[in-house]
Design a protein around this ligand. Structure first.
Ligand code: NI
Length: 174
């Protein structure tokens, strides 16, 4: 089932999401809903807080990335640590901040540990778009959005635009 995506600014996007303690069928259903919502948007990654669910689950499918195509990817309680000192810049966007893009610099390579839907602990190192996307999605679990890396002025302008967008959308619905 497709779920509505929260638009910035929203207090639910600024929270530290609690870890997942139990890998139930509910979690698998949530992952399915998140993938469906992400593909419909369309987007390449989505974090549970973006649909108002306060838990550490992300899904990703970086179809635009070079190299072997990975399977779509539910990943619970992920943790990332930078692998190298090199950094890379990607133009990032976010489903919670529609039609806004900005260059963000992040570590070019990260090692991520997570739990897959079968409860197996995984660890892998990622680079390129996957590394950026993973860091972006894991940030969401910590209440951080990509605009938090921009200057306060730019962030303020974008936030103002989003407030207006939400008003316009609410008016359309009314
Ligand atoms: Ni995002």
């Amino acid at each position: 089932m497709k779920r509505p995506i929260l638009i910035h600014p929203d207090p639910r996007l600024k929270k530290l999401a609690p870890p997942i303690t139990d890998l139930s069928d509910d979690l698998r259903l949530l992952a399915d809903d998140m993938l469906e919502t992400m593909y419909a948007a369309p987007g390449i990654g989505l974090a549970a807080p973006q649909i108002g669910v306060d838990t550490r689950l992300i899904v990703m499918d970086c179809v635009k990335a070079e190299g072997p195509r990975r399977a779509p990817w539910p990943c619970s309680t992920p943790r990332s640590s930078p692998k190298a000192t090199t950094r890379s810049i990607y133009e990032e966007g976010c489903l919670s901040i529609p039609d806004i893009y900005a260059d963000v610099e992040r570590p070019a390579e990260v090692t991520v540990r997570w739990i897959d839907p079968n409860g197996t602990e995984k660890q892998e190192t990622f680079d390129g778009l996957w590394a950026t996307c993973l860091q972006h999605e894991i940030d969401h679990l910590n209440g951080i959005m990509f605009i938090d890396y921009l200057t306060p002025l730019r962030r303020q302008l974008i936030t103002r635009k989003m407030v207006k967008l939400k008003k316009d959308r609410a008016r359309e619905k009314a």
